[in-house]
Design a protein around this ligand. Structure first.
Ligand code: ZN
Length: 135
């Protein structure tokens, strides 16, 4: 079952240039920065109440985030919905005719499990499902 929006992903060319806005102007709590090699990104997370802002910086020219920025510049990249059972969620979506980019969940930031829907199936809004690691 989907519980809430977990985070909003924002593509940025350079974390160092964008982090001060979230940290020093909005004064959001910084949850840390980590590299997610699988997605060829560096991720900085900020907490806003129950929702996080996920800044995504490409670590390679063939990163999906690099392609996004080349086409559109910095901007909102995806919305991530948190589920308490990502595998069941994927099956249920597929039963409803949704095309999944990830039919099997893969590892996201902070040990979470994530799966992306094909934008064709979500009104062109890139949509992520995620399940956070317990504890
Ligand atoms: Zn995300």
């Amino acid at each position: 079952m989907i519980k809430k929006i977990n985070h909003i992903g924002i593509a940025v060319a350079a974390l160092e240039e964008q982090i001060p806005f979230y940290r020093d102007i909005l004064c959001l709590e910084e949850l840390g920065t980590e590299e997610v090699p699988d997605q060829k990104v560096r991720v900085a997370m900020f907490k806003v109440g129950a929702i996080n802002i996920e800044l995504l910086e490409p670590t390679s020219d063939d990163s999906p985030i690099a392609k996004f920025i080349a086409k559109r510049g910095n901007g909102i990249h995806h919305i991530a919905y948190e589920s308490d059972g990502i595998v069941q969620e994927i099956h249920s979506f597929e039963d409803k005719g949704v095309q999944m980019l990830d039919k099997v969940p893969r590892e996201g930031a902070h040990g979470s499990l994530i799966a992306f829907l094909h934008p064709k199936s979500s009104g062109k809004i890139l949509t992520e499902l995620c399940q956070v690691k317990e504890g």
